[in-house]
Design a protein around this ligand. Structure first.
Ligand code: DQA
Length: 144
């Protein structure tokens, strides 16, 4: 099976972007974590990063029929995007939401997520290892 790993806006800057909050690991490091965890669980991955809301919606729609589940860090769109939440609802695949930082320990606006009601699990504050937990959990869900 295949998993879609989706990274939202500004996550292409991981490693240099506010490292005190997001750590010094790069997006490629995060993707390596995803690939290793998926490989160990017997899944392949498609990985998409976009700074554009509509491109993320397109990638979610395209997952229908190509992927069995989605790991998503919607980044800032977590807190704003009805469109991404609706796309996740429309495809109906199992979703695990990841945040590098503990969004609940930050500004109040980061505590609300439009995506969480669609997520089987939410992992926040574990840095890039959160992607490993997300992939492992999604693989376990899909295994039944
Ligand atoms: C983030 C948290 C969001 O609030 C923020 O807008 C991001 C990254 C995280 O991974 O901690 O861009 O999703």
């Amino acid at each position: 099976g295949r998993l879609l790993i989706l990274h939202g806006p500004n996550l292409n800057l991981l490693g240099t972007r506010e490292p005190n909050i997001y750590g010094s690991a790069t997006l490629e490091d995060a993707n390596d974590v995803c690939r290793a965890a998926a490989d160990a669980a017997g899944f392949a991955v498609d990985i998409v990063q976009s700074n554009h809301e509509g491109a993320l919606v397109d990638a979610i729609q395209a997952a229908q029929g190509t992927a069995e589940g989605i790991v998503i860090n919607p980044a800032a769109y977590t807190h704003t995007s009805v469109a991404i939440a609706d796309a996740l609802g429309a495809v109906g695949l199992p979703v695990v939401e990841v945040h590098l930082s503990n969004v609940h320990a930050r500004e109040a606006f980061r505590s609300h997520s439009y995506v969480s009601p669609r997520a089987a699990a939410v992992i926040a504050g574990a840095g890039i290892q959160g992607y490993r937990f997300a992939v492992e959990h999604l693989a376990a869900l899909l295994r039944g």
